[in-house]
Design a protein around this ligand. Structure first.
Ligand code: GLV
Ligand code: MN
Ligand code: MN
Length: 424
């Protein structure tokens, strides 16, 4: 179905759906995916690292070549802007540039690059928009370096707390303020990132699960993003000699933590879908073959689409860990690293995406997101919507992550056409 529109502002005749340059989108994905790529496979591109800086420089160059005005804000988000007739209001699209350790080429990156391709096509085919259109590369969505989830988005929304700058440290002990300074961003100016001109945020992202792939559906329109609590647990026992300390006299922090891991997993398995828990990061001290471990720390990532169920499970986990520590004569403490309630996407924007998907002849389904996204924070403050494209076999947070060129291009076409509806 093709419709013809007239852009009153630029006097251009616009054909919908917009045509996007699919081969350029794929070249962008491959080129960006090579920045931070490791010999063993997968990308390491933590926020404010050399690879992250290099990726931003490459993106800025592509944005300029697309005819956009390029700007970075004080926390490190990068913007490419197509100025509207009314410059005071902006429609924003994009996603995050940082990756998880050894992550894939598509998580976050595809949303930025589809946005860039879409805005480039809009500039060429539709001319100047009524409201400004911007594509953004957001920073530290994953929290992989500083556990500072949605840092760039929180900067834009004015949600960064001053004490975080000196409190948040990476594994090397560097504070986030020091890392910002090293990347050329004066941390004391973090408040300058706040925006008050945003009318909407639309994020394209890979699904990272296998619903669309299994059902052979082209697009997911996200209704809500699950709630997520991340907690850091520390178990403290006593270091002893591995050869001379009888098993019944040990206070082995790892044995206690291992029992906690088994029981946490059992609790969440008993709860059943859609509850999920992951214990993905561990530290064992002193970390020697012949020493009984005296301190073990591990992370808990607990997700559920209903806040009440998430909090009930979190409480049950805490009580179980305390009981295990007591039975074994050890101490356990835990600290919440982040806790976000579920977040609903804007119904009117969901309708726009659905109408556009149908106009483009794409099949779609409404669905929740089990992964966290910048959109969940945006949605609490401005109208926000998410568009999912299929992930082959649902693989993500791994080098095996893949979205077919057809699916990526279809998503970018729907995104471009939706941005046209919103900004022209
Ligand atoms: C982000 O990718 C998350 O869901 O952890
Ligand atoms: Mn991710
Ligand atoms: Mn992501």
């Amino acid at each position: 179905m093709l419709s013809l529109y007239k852009n009153d502002y630029s006097e251009k005749e616009v054909h919908l759906p917009l045509q996007i340059d699919a081969s350029m989108l794929l070249r962008y994905v491959e080129a960006l995916g090579s920045i931070g790529w490791q010999a063993e496979g997968g990308i390491v591109r933590p926020v404010y690292s050399a690879a992250w800086v290099q990726a931003r420089e490459q993106l800025a160059e592509w944005m300029r070549a697309a005819g956009l005005d390029v700007r970075e804000d004080s926390v490190g988000n990068l913007f490419g802007r197509l100025r509207g007739v009314d410059e005071s209001r902006t429609i924003l699209t994009g996603s995050h540039l940082d990756t998880v350790p050894l992550g894939g080429k598509f998580d976050g990156a595809l949303g930025i690059l589809a946005g860039l391709t879409a805005v480039r096509s809009l500039r060429e085919q539709a001319g100047q928009p009524r409201r400004s259109l911007e594509v953004v590369a957001l920073c530290e969505e994953e929290g992989s370096r500083f556990q500072a989830h949605y840092w760039g988005t929180r900067g834009i929304l004015g949600l960064i707390q001053a004490d975080e700058l000196e409190r948040l440290r990476d594994d090397q002990g560097m504070t986030i303020a020091e890392a910002m300074r090293a990347a050329g961003l004066p941390p004391e100016r973090y408040r300058e990132a706040v925006r008050r001109d945003l009318d909407a945020f639309v994020e394209l992202h890979i699904e990272q699960g296998r619903v669309l792939f299994d059902e052979r559906v082209d697009l997911g329109i996200v209704q809500a993003i699950v709630g997520l609590q991340q907690r850091w647990v520390i178990v403290r026992g006593r270091a002893d000699h591995a050869g001379t300390t009888p098993m019944d006299l040990r206070r082995d922090a790892l044995q206690a933590a291992a029992q906690m891991a088994v029981e946490i997993t059992r609790l969440v398995e008993q709860e059943g879908r859609p509850a999920v828990v992951t214990l993905g990061k561990w530290e064992v001290k002193p970390g020697a073959v012949n020493v009984v471990p005296d301190e073990v720390s591990f992370s808990i990532d607990l997700r559920h689409p209903e806040e009440e169920s998430k909090q009930r499970l979190a409480a049950a986990i805490r009580i179980r860990c305390e009981a295990i520590a007591q039975e074994r004569g050890l101490a356990v403490s835990s600290e919440i690293a982040s806790d976000s309630p579920p977040s609903s996407m804007d119904p009117a924007l969901q309708s726009v995406l659905i109408q556009v998907a149908e106009k483009c002849g794409a099949s779609w389904r409404a669905m929740p997101s089990g992964a966290g996204h910048d959109s969940q924070e945006m949605a609490r403050h401005l109208p926000t919507a998410m568009l999912f494209v299929p992930s082959v076999e649902g693989r993500s947070h791994s080098a095996a992550e893949y979205t077919t060129p057809q699916d990526a291009a279809r998503g970018a076409t729907v995104l471009a056409t939706a941005l046209y509806q919103l900004a022209y």
